[in-house]
Structures are given as C-alpha cells and as structure tokens.
Design a protein around this ligand. Structure first.
Ligand code: ADP
Ligand code: ZN
Length: 727
C-alpha cells in the first residue's frame, strides 16, 4: 500500500489532470499497485475507466509508459484525449510519415514522452526493442489483453509475442486490461503474457447507466424511426445481421431525414473509415452496422444501441450494447425481438460442420432467446451470464422492472390467423399469411387463388404490424411452429388445433410501456437548450483541432455545465471532467456561451443546482414553499403508501415523488425515513457526505457507480441536513 502523502498526490492529480473528484470502483487499487511497480491484471467493463488507470500513473511516474493497443485506428483518439488533458502522449504506427516517425524517435530517446501507444507488431521489431531498452520505461500497459487468448473472441497472433515483455524487461511492471474475460480466459492471459503474481481485479459487469428494453419486432424500420424521433439529438448505433439489411435501413433512415451511414465488411475500406470518422466526429448521428463495427469505437457519447435483429449470443449482445454510454451518462439499449428471426439463425448454425461447435452455437442462441422472451429482469439475466448476482429485486432500468402488463384475450384473432394457415395447407411463411388476413392484393395471393380463402381480408381493420405481432405471440406460446429453413413455413401444433377448434382460449400479457427510458429521466436533470449551444461550441473546437468532440469535453461534463451554469473559472473547476489544461484552453469560451444564454433566458438559471451546496457548512436551509401537489404526496405517504404506488396513482414519476419527499423533509415534516431508504445504505451515504465534505450529490453518485441513485442520495441528504440543523 502507498503511504498517505502519495495517496493525496493521486487524488490531486485526478482533479488537476482529469478534473474528477473521485475514483470509479477499482481504479484506485489498480493505480496504487502500478505505482508500487507490481504487475496488474484487470477486467473492467467498457466505460469502467481503464485508460485512466494507466494514464494517471504515466503522468506521475518518471520515464515513458508504453501502451500496447491492437488497433491503429484507435490510437489517434486515445492520444488526442490524453493530450487534451496535458499528458505528453504520442503513437508510433504506419500512419506516421518518415519525418513524424523520426521526430517521435528523437523525443522518445530524450525521455520527453510520458505515454507512448504502439501496436504489438512494432513492439517485436528488433530495432524498436533496442530503442526501448535504451530509454527509461515506467511500466507497460496492455490494452484489450484478451486478444492474446485463443479462447477469447478477438484472438490476434501478434499478441502472443508480448510474452517478450517480462523476458526482455524483467524489472519493469506490466498492467494488462480487458473488458471481457471469463475466468478461463483470464488464466490464459496471465500465463501467456507471463505476469508475475499480478494484482487481479474483476470489476462488476453491471452497467448501471444502461437501460435495457426488448420490444416485439413488427416493422423494424418504422420502430427504429419512431425511436429516433423521440430523441432527435442523440447519436447511436443500429446493429443488423446482414449487409443487405444494413443498407436498406440506412437508406430508409436517410430518406426520412435522419443522418445515418452504413458500415459493413463489404464496403471499401476508405468508405468504412470515412463513415466511422463521421460518426466519431458527430457529423453523422446514426451508424447502421453489422457486428463488423466493433472494437474500433471509442466514442464516449453513444446514447443508444439498437439491435434490430436477434444477436447470436449474449456475450456479443453485451459487448455491443456496452458501446453505449461509456461516459457514464444514461443510454438506451433496445432489442427488437421476433420469434420469426430464430429459424434463419438456426439454419445458419445447422451449416456448421463440427457437431461440437454446432451444439455450442445452438446453446448460445437458446440463451439469447430466453433473455429476450423471459419475463425476468434483463439486467439480472445479463449479469447471471457472467456468474454475477444482481442484488436488488427491481433494477428500475429495464423494461421488465418498469413496465406494467395487462392480460388480453386474443383467441378470436388467433383463430383468424390460424384458419388462414390451416386452409392454405400449412406450407407458407408468416408474411404471406398476414397478407391473406389483411386482404392484400399480391401476385402470390392471386396465383394461389388465396383471395378465395374464407379468412381473406378478415383482419383488414387492423394493421399488418398487429398481425405480425399476433403471429409472434402464437410462436412464443407454441401454438404454431416454424421450420428451420431460410424461409421457414409455419404450421399449427397440437395445442394450436385445440385453440382453432375452440377447445381452449388464449390470454397473453401485453406490456404497457411505462415510457421510461434512460434518456427521458436524464433530460429532466439538465438544461437541454443550453446543452445544444455548448455542443456547438465543443464542435467548433473539435473541428479546429481535428479531434472528435468527446475529446474536448464528454457529454457528462457538458450536462454538468447545464445543471450548474458555471460563471467563473473557479466554478468551472468544480465541474466533473474539467482539469487544469482544459480550464486554460476552453473555460473562457464555454463561460461566455453560458453567460450569453443566461442573458437571453434570465429565468433559466433559477432552477439550476447551486454551487453554494459545495461547502460543507451547516447553515439553515431556506425553506421552500410547499405546494398543493406536494401536500397530496404527503397525505398519501402518511397513509402508508410507497413511493412507487404514489407515483402510479398520480401518474407522476417516482423521481417527482422523491422530490416532493425531499421538500417535505426540508420543511421538517414527520417522514419515516426508513420506509424510503434502507438504514445501512443511508448510513453509507451519510458517511460519504462527511468524507467528501460537500453537499453536492454528484461525487456521491459517481463514487457509488450506480449503487446509490440520485433520489436516494437527495433524500438522505435532506434528512441528514435536517438532523444537523437540530444539533
Ligand atoms: P474504458 O476504456 O474502460 O471503456 P474509458 O477509459 O474510455 O473506459 O472511460 C470511460 C469514461 O469514463 C471516459 O469518459 C472517462 O473520462 C470517464 N472516467 C474515467 N474515470 C473516471 C472517474 N474517476 N470519474 C469520472 N469519470 C471517469
Ligand atoms: Zn430490471
């Protein structure tokens, strides 16, 4: 363990260089070990803050930190981000000109570089090894370390040569990082690199800022369009399985006025990288891609990831959704699920020659289908996949935990659909059957004379999407089944016949979307008009410096500015993500923009969070007037109702009700706090307020990495303040 004064220095650097108040879980012990020159192996989820774990020691230690990173395309952004915080960083790879390369060599020899990024192939070049041997190296960091394991999913043979590091540099410590490693892969990585009794960290796979939702797919493109229209300023990724569907969806979106670009392995490399760059630089809002769009994405402000087709396995789904919300701001993950997608995937799996691999692939698909169709918390299911138990009953950030359901009897409509299947000989696929019941006039219908079938047009009062959804329900309930073909045909099962001939009825539970999403909650907490203006300022700087906007400031940092309206440099320093170098470079421009905005919108700042909160002084809070709506909440709470029930009854969000309770506590009303927060958790929150010596909620929430919610923190704060006022 490091001595106390060193610890203080770490915190100081965290604030000065990166502008952060507190470490994310696991960062501090990792940095502590690196500074003590011990080997480290860390699994941290995407967005967990791996880069800070090696960038901060790189800044503090003498000598150069050498980072091995698999993708040349990522290095520039990483270096730009480090430089933006005032770290002397560079990369050496084939994209440099001869001149730039010799400059970099020169600086390296003069020990002027704090952080050097290279690809593994450069590391093993004898001449380069020689150069490294003649300089002072603080430590090696290996990014995406799972690439060394054949068991992992991105194996790269170049990585195997990294075992040279401990052989050639026996006195230099190595820190290996990855976002994905089962225990088996972990062992493999440690052994293959040759790490020496490393400090091993496995962080939780939980991504508290991601909201998971599964929606029944009836018309993917329209569903996507609706989703995008609800959040007109957010950027995100849409995954589709085939190149053709990628192109179709991208074209569809563009023709509907959405700025979208395609990405798949069939596009020429220049077009692919131009599209990726446009996405990174906020020049295009939506990337429609196959899973070829992967590891190279380090854009931190991806606000949603949509899977428009069923992924092949949970691991892939987790990694792909994990690309959303790296900056810690909430983000949405939407999966459009249809049972009709399954046979196609099965068909491809059936082409796998090895029995063993085929069985594994089928098993993976089954897990994925269960995830999408089971009625249990999505977060719990995902974490279970990684052998992790999610502790709470309700995660409050997935559709299962937030939506209500109602039972609907669909017997009649099921019979209409099944009759069409039955009367056409059980040899057609879903879409054709839906055409029959909606009375479509297609070539196929005419040629088979299906317009003469009794149920032709029987369901035309309802939309096609409705019937597709009914068919999907029937598949889910095993009322009908489909063959494992590329174009599967459907037929009735035994249970299906019972239903068709009226021997039983079918009731399904239909989800009533609570219209909650990660974003809808988030938007309430900052001034979005100001955000748009600050975004434009950020974009100008980014263009001037040829870096992606998130390198200047993350979305999270801008949101904080839109909550606190910093008016001076000293205020800016209190914003998360604003270090000293960024103060010098950008503070004035952003403060100006905020001032301009407040001049034009004098009321805007009134609801802003107060910097006065910052000092940990005990002063009586100004009492706010209690309105009628708050009184209603008080009465219901006194009746013994829970926050959720009160919110439900009044059609308000739980967050609004929590806000009411906060006011009531401040007003000195008699509120039984134990009904609101578990006493142990409250004690933990109180301890944090006292440790941080500040009343703002942000550091507490950040520190907890999602285990403490905004509402819990503010209620605990109100209560603690109230008690302190009594003392
Ligand atoms: P990873 O490489 O693990 O996916 P990053 O290193 O890209 O994650 O970090 C994700 C985001 O979290 C970045 O925007 C980074 O600035 C931010 N971040 C990292 N550490 C902290 C911290 N201690 N407090 C607040 N934000 C942090
Ligand atoms: Zn849940």
């Amino acid at each position: 363990m490091l001595p106390e004064d060193k610890k203080l220095m770490i915190y100081e650097q965290l604030k000065v260089v990166f502008g952060f108040e507190a470490f994310r879980p696991n960062q501090e012990p990792i940095i502590d070990r690196i500074l003590s020159r011990q080997d480290v192996f860390a699994v941290m989820p995407t967005g967990g803050g791996k880069s800070l774990c090696y960038q901060l020691p790189a800044k503090m230690m003498s000598g150069t930190t050498v980072v091995i990173s698999p993708l040349i395309s990522l290095m520039k952004d990483q270096v730009d981000a480090a430089c933006a915080n005032g770290i002397v960083a560079t990369f050496m790879n084939s994209t440099l000109t001869a001149r730039e390369m010799s400059d970099a060599h020169q600086k390296l020899r003069l020990n002027e570089i704090e952080l050097l990024y290279i690809a593994p192939e450069r590391f093993v070049m004898p001449s380069f090894l020689e150069t490294l041997k003649n300089i002072d190296i603080s430590f090696f960091a290996i990014d995406e370390a799972h690439c060394i394991s054949e068991w992992g999913h991105d194996f790269r043979s170049d990585y195997l040569r990294l075992s040279l590091i401990p052989e050639e540099f026996p006195d230099v410590a190595v820190a290996a990082f990855t976002a994905t490693a089962t225990l088996k892969v972990q062992e493999d990585i440690i052994r293959k690199i040759g790490l020496r009794s490393p400090h091993v960290t496995r962080a939780s796979f939980n991504r508290p800022n991601l909201f998971y939702r599964v929606e029944r797919k009836d018309n993917a493109n329209l569903q996507i369009l609706r989703f995008l229209k609800e959040r007109p300023n957010d950027a995100g990724i849409i995954y589709r399985t085939t190149r053709k569907s990628v192109t179709e969806t991208a074209d569809f979106l563009v023709s509907n006025g959405i700025s979208a670009r395609p990405y798949h392995a069939g596009l020429p490399p220049e077009e692919r990288s131009a599209n990726q760059e446009a996405f990174n630089h906020d020049d295009t809002r939506v990337m429609v891609a196959t899973i070829a769009f992967g590891m190279g994405i380090d854009k931190s402000n991806v606000r949603f990831v949509i899977h428009a087709d069923l992924p092949k396995n949970i691991e892939g789904y987790y990694q792909e959704t994990g690309r959303a919300g790296r900056d810690g701001v909430s983000a949405d993950c939407l999966l459009l699920f249809s049972n009709a997608d399954i046979p196609r995937l099965r068909y491809f799996i059936n082409q796998i020659p090895s029995d063993k691999e085929r069985a594994v692939a089928m098993g993976n698909l089954r897990q994925m289908v269960n995830f999408a169709s089971h009625n249990s918390c999505r977060r719990k299911q995902l974490l279970k996949f990684f052998d992790e138990e999610y502790p709470a009953d309700n995660c409050s950030t997935c559709d299962i935990c937030t939506d209500t359901t109602e039972d609907v009897d669909i017997t009649l409509d099921a019979q209409i659909l099944m009759s069409a299947i039955y009367r056409t000989g059980q040899t057609f696929w879903v879409r054709h059957i839906v055409d029959i019941v909606t009375g479509a006039n297609t070539k196929r219908i005419r040629s088979f004379r299906h317009n003469k079938v009794k149920t032709y047009g029987a369901g035309k009062s309802k939309k096609k999407e409705y019937w597709v959804a009914i068919a999907d329900e029937l598949l889910a309930h095993n009322i009908i089944e489909q063959s494992d073909d590329k174009f599967p045909v459907i037929k009735l099962t035994h249970e299906g016949s019972d239903l068709l001939f009226g021997k039983k009825r079918l009731t399904i539970s239909r989800k009533e979307s609570a219209k909650v999403s990660a974003r809808s909650d988030d938007l309430k907490h900052y001034d979005n008009l100001l955000f748009e203006r600050l975004r434009a300022v950020r974009k100008e700087f980014a263009e001037e410096q040829h870096v992606p906007p998130f390198v200047i400031f993350s979305d999270k940092t801008l949101h904080d500015m839109c909550r606190y309206y910093p008016a001076e440099e000293s205020d800016m320093r209190k914003i998360s993500g604003v270090g000293e170098v960024k103060i010098q470079r950008y503070a004035a421009a952003f403060i100006d923009e905020i001032k301009g905005y407040l001049d034009e919108n004098p009321d805007a700042g009134e609801n802003g969070a107060q910097f006065a909160d910052v000092d940990y002084e005990i002063k009586p809070r100004q009492k706010k007037k209690i309105g009628d709506s708050v009184e209603v909440t008080y009465a219901l709470f006194k009746e013994g109702l829970s926050v959720e029930i009160i919110a439900g009854r009044r059609s308000l969000t739980t967050s609004t009700i929590a806000g009411h309770l906060e006011l009531l506590i401040q007003d000195g009303r008699d509120i039984d706090i134990d009904r609101l927060i578990d006493p142990a958790k409250r004690a933990e929150i109180e301890k944090l307020f006292i440790t941080f010596k500040k009343w703002n909620l942000k550091p507490i929430i950040e520190h907890s990495n999602g285990t403490i919610s905004y509402d819990e923190a503010r209620i605990a704060r109100a209560f603690l303040r109230d008690q302190l006022n009594f003392l």
